[in-house]
Design a binder for this molecule. Structure first.
Ligand code: 3PG
Length: 369
């Protein structure tokens, strides 16, 4: 895989696919490690005097975090001057791209606003943008498991290479060989986690923990919108729960406060936001027994401190007992505020990392080779 060191990009118009996808609460984007880290490659391209056009996404269609990248541009501007254009393949974007001077940076609108992002091939996005571009850089390892236009189509039409973050991630993962590893699987993308239910012991938490508990026959009563959208997975999950430990208690939100309920106290009219203290204790006992740990996604809703208790306790236990640790997922990454260097590798990726560990080939990496 070629890297930025292999090319002279002076005066070239470079399309940089990066991952800015971060937490959004009530339409407000929260500052994130992904955004902060993405600056590394942007600055290098600026120094190389390239004309940089950034493509990125936020959320998925129909989900509440599916918003414009205007706020992302604002956050990026804390580190490097970036112009934002609320357009991707129209006249406005074309004009801005053509007007770029060496060392200038332009962020286009959320690429997932265009349906063609999900239909890779020689589509409208490719037809409109390719004539304006000279080079493609993929710096988004975390999206390399997706066959999407901005990941797999551009490198077919443009000379290309890996950005620094992608390069770093691939290097670190090559070093990591996890055998008999304890998997702690949380986060809000349970469909990804199912891929890892192949025999390793699993501690289920987050939305995934709730789904596994439902698959074991429990009725929670109140269910949030995200959970309702994932209920189709229950049938599949039922067959794969042999090595999966599920929470024995949960924290719910009552009048904006945290309240813990035992499993037997459900169904409840209150929504779940975290695992409870009994579960935390049980899970820590498992962590003590493990030799290596892979944790993906937070155990609760970490954008709200009250519901980050489970995640923090688990992360503390992993560092305290000095287990070999690989941490994955943008949201979990954001939850780790201190002691970052105590983990063996902190990845900015969730689903992509998981598939990589499960031994799958990632289309976005294959096309860069
Ligand atoms: C992530 O958050 O893991 C990446 O940004 C990919 O997002 P996706 O799962 O919506 O494709």
């Amino acid at each position: 895989m070629k890297t930025l060191s292999d090319f002279n990009l002076k005066n070239k118009t470079v399309l940089l696919r990066t991952d800015l996808n971060s937490d959004v609460v009530n339409n407000k984007l929260l500052p994130s490690e992904r955004i902060k880290k993405s600056v590394k490659t942007i600055l290098e391209l600026k120094k190389k005097k390239a004309k940089v056009v950034i493509l990125a996404h936020q959320g998925r269609p129909k989900e509440s975090d599916f918003i414009s990248l205007k706020q992302h541009a604002k956050l990026l501007n804390k580190y490097v001057k970036v112009k934002f254009v609320k357009n991707i393949i129209g006249k406005k974007a074309e004009k801005e791209i053509k007007n770029l001077k060496s060392g200038e940076i332009l962020l286009l609108e959320n690429i997932r606003f265009l349906k063609d992002e999900f239909n890779p091939g020689k589509n409208k996005i490719i037809k409109k943008l390719i004539p304006l571009l000279d080079f493609y850089v993929n710096d988004a390892f975390s999206i390399c498991h997706r066959k999407q236009t901005s990941i797999t189509s551009f490198p077919k039409y443009l000379p290309h290479c890996a950005g620094r973050l992608l390069e770093q991630e691939v290097k670190a993962l090559k070093k990591i060989k996890i055998k008999n590893c304890l998997y702690i699987l949380g986060g809000a993308k349970p469909e990804d986690n199912i891929k890892l239910l192949k025999g390793n012991k699993v501690l289920a938490c987050g939305l995934f923990g709730q789904l596994c508990t439902i698959a074991k026959g429990k009725n929670f009563g109140a269910q949030n919108r995200y959970l309702k959208n994932k209920l189709y997975l229950i049938k599949k999950l039922k067959k794969k729960l042999k090595n999966v430990l599920t929470p024995v208690d949960f924290a719910v939100k009552v009048n904006k406060k945290r309240k813990e309920l035992l499993l037997k106290e459900f169904p409840s009219k209150y929504e779940i936001f975290d695992i409870g203290k009994k579960t935390i204790k049980e899970y820590i006992a498992e962590i003590k027994k493990a030799k290596a740990i892979y944790m993906k996604g937070p155990a609760g809703f970490c954008a709200d401190k009250k519901f980050c208790k489970g995640t923090k306790a688990i992360l503390n236990a992993i560092t305290k007992h000095k287990r070999f640790s690989l941490i994955g997922g943008g949201h979990l990454n954001d939850a780790i505020k201190t002691n970052k260097n105590k983990f063996n590798h902190i990845s900015l990726s969730g689903g992509a990392l998981l598939r990589y560990i499960a031994g799958e080939k990632l289309p976005g990496l294959e096309v860069l080779k």
